[in-house]
Design a binder for this molecule. Structure first.
Ligand SMILES: Nc1ncnc2c1ncn2[C@@H]1O[C@H](COP(=O)(O)OP(=O)(O)OP(=O)(O)O)[C@@H](O)[C@H]1O
Length: 244
């Protein structure tokens, strides 16, 4: 095994993954630099979700390697990978998956509570993130009383609350309207930049990819060329790094 480059927080080499005989990833190699926001861009079915799942240790590729901070993830057992995900990674799904019985703040605080953080400190941190996402006033509401956009904001707060080393965001704004989309992406990328969080952002939308520092393209499970990102949206993201 060859160890990855030092400045890559995540590094994957020649990943192959098939789902039911259909190749989802065919020989993908990619490095993610520390503290960068990397967009993985491609049309539906191109393998973005599968790539994020392999990089985050949710799936183990049938062939190939994944390294996190010079530690091999592909050779870890399930329990170690789960611990790695809980302690170091955050994840945002296209559709928010919240615990129905818990309030917004309890959902947002969940990673801290599971990690043993005291109730008061976890609540304070969760409320701060809900405030940043403009839903502090909804902290006591349960998911059924929230709109889809509000639930997704809670999911974003939950993903950021323990300041993960790497945040995986899989089409995080897919269910949202344009104005909501921009606000959430701005908050997410601003928080990532100011807290030194690396982000891997899967999207089929060029406007979303524009919030990233760098983009890689996927097509039919293969890496295609590096994706150029519009300069104006990138500078919008960079400007936001001052405020959260
Ligand atoms: N649970 C599954 N069972 C079987 N095949 C699947 C499953 N999930 C994805 N696939 C297939 O694997 C390939 C890659 O899918 P993947 O979800 O990784 O792509 P994607 O780019 O994230 O697409 P989308 O934007 O639609 O989520 C596609 O051909 C898809 O049909």
């Amino acid at each position: 095994m060859v160890a990855p480059p030092d400045n890559d927080v995540l590094w994957a080499r020649t990943l192959h993954f098939s789902r039911g005989g259909t190749p989802a990833l065919t020989g993908i190699s990619v490095g993610v630099r520390e503290q960068e926001i990397l967009a993985v861009v491609g049309p539906r079915g191109s393998g973005k979700t599968t790539l994020l799942q392999c990089l985050s240790g949710q799936l183990v590729a049938q062939r190939g390697e994944v390294w996190f901070n010079s530690t091999p993830v592909h050779t870890m057992g399930r329990a170690l990978r789960e611990r790695l995900r809980r302690d170091k990674f955050g994840w945002i799904d296209p559709r928010p998956r919240l615990v129905a019985e818990l309030t917004a703040w309890e959902n947002a605080a969940l990673p801290l509570l599971l990690h043993g953080t005291g109730n008061r400190a976890a609540r304070k941190a969760a409320l701060e993130w809900l405030d940043r996402l403009d839903i502090g006033n909804l902290a006591r509401k349960r998911p059924h009383a929230l709109s889809q956009a509000e639930r997704q904001r809670v999911a974003v707060a939950r993903a950021l609350v323990n300041q993960p080393t790497v945040l995986f965001a899989d089409e995080p704004t897919a269910p949202l309207h344009r104005a909501d989309r921009a606000h959430i992406l701005r908050t997410l990328t601003t928080a990532a930049r100011s807290h030194g969080i690396t982000v891997v952002l899967a999207t089929h939308d060029a406007d979303v990819a524009a919030f990233a520092d760098r983009g890689v393209g996927l097509l039919d499970g293969r890496l295609v060329n590096t994706v150029p990102l519009p300069a104006d949206a990138q500078s919008e993201g960079a400007a936001c790094s001052l405020s959260v």
